[in-house]
Design a protein around this ligand. Structure first.
Ligand SMILES: Nc1ncnc2c1ncn2[C@@H]1O[C@H](COP(=O)(O)OP(=O)(O)OP(=O)(O)O)[C@@H](O)[C@H]1O
Ligand SMILES: [Mg+2]
Length: 245
């Protein structure tokens, strides 16, 4: 099942002498259960493409379909709603709120998506699943980089998103923490079929990928499928309480 489709998507920044064609016509389909990595040199368009898929930015031309629905013509408010409902984000610099505990950071994602009912309980149930049982009340400055990124993973997953987008998620982690965080995401992909789309420069991330899409100058130059998408084991809403996705 295609969860995201890009048809003839381009993205241009600036005009005239300052014009940059960050994405030059991309056609791409992301299926449910993929663990896909965008690779390519700095400036090749990885972040720009993730921003398109994550509805953080609209294409200059072409069309994006999310969960079978076109995003063309949606207002920024409608796009923000779609993002809140369908997409989980994991950032290079974790982007946690420093004054909130791990639980509160995860809870906030549900509150911002307008899903406050049961948010605290869902956040508390989520943290042990990313290996943070017992650390629920710590603030980000009381956690290691790897632990902070686990909070960010919990925050992305607690909404049960259609797709999790991660822009260079291991770039600020040492190699042991980076490997653990990747193994966790791979486990979530394999056991629950959660769909991940990453960008990275990190060969460790590439080693975990089921599919690698290579970009150069805003174009897909190679698309390598190594393993088929993981199967989603259970449909959303039918999971035993405390289980993710
Ligand atoms: N907001 C912007 N305004 C103007 N140009 C931009 C903007 N964002 C990105 N670009 C340009 O678009 C191109 C693609 O940038 P992008 O950030 O997508 O690359 P990247 O592959 O993510 O690079 P990196 O590996 O360094 O993160 C680059 O030439 C960049 O300078
Ligand atoms: Mg980038």
């Amino acid at each position: 099942m295609a969860i995201c489709e890009l048809h003839g998507v381009t993205k241009t920044y600036g005009t005239g002498a300052t014009r940059v064609d960050a994405i030059q016509v991309i056609d791409l389909i992301i299926e449910a259960g993929e663990f896909t990595v965008l690779s390519g040199p700095s400036g090749s368009g990885k972040t720009t493409l993730l921003n398109q898929v994550g509805c953080l930015d609209a294409p200059s031309e072409g069309e994006l379909l999310l969960d079978g629905r076109s995003t063309r013509g949606l207002t920024s408010r409608q796009l923000s709603h779609l993002r809140g409902e369908k997409i989980g984000f994991i950032f290079q610099s974790f982007n946690l709120i420093p004054v909130l505990t791990a639980t509160e950071n995860v809870e906030l994602a549900l509150q911002l998506a307008g899903r406050s009912d049961g948010a605290h309980e869902a956040a508390l149930a989520m943290l042990p699943q990313v290996g943070l049982g017992g650390l629920e009340h710590r603030r980000p400055n009381e956690l290691s980089g790897g632990q902070q990124q686990r909070v960010a993973i919990a925050r992305a997953l607690v909404k049960k998103p259609l797709l999790v987008i991660a822009d260079e998620p291991t770039a600020n982690l040492d190699s042991a923490n980076g490997e653990q965080v990747l193994s966790l995401m791979q486990e979530l992909n394999e056991s629950l079929g959660i769909t991940f789309l990453f960008s990275t420069h990190d060969p460790r991330v590439l080693a975990h990928a089921r599919r690698v899409i290579y970009l150069e100058d805003g174009r897909v130059v190679r698309d390598e499928v190594r393993q088929p998408p993981a199967t989603r084991r259970r449909q959303s809403g039918t999971r035993p309480s405390g289980e993710v996705a």
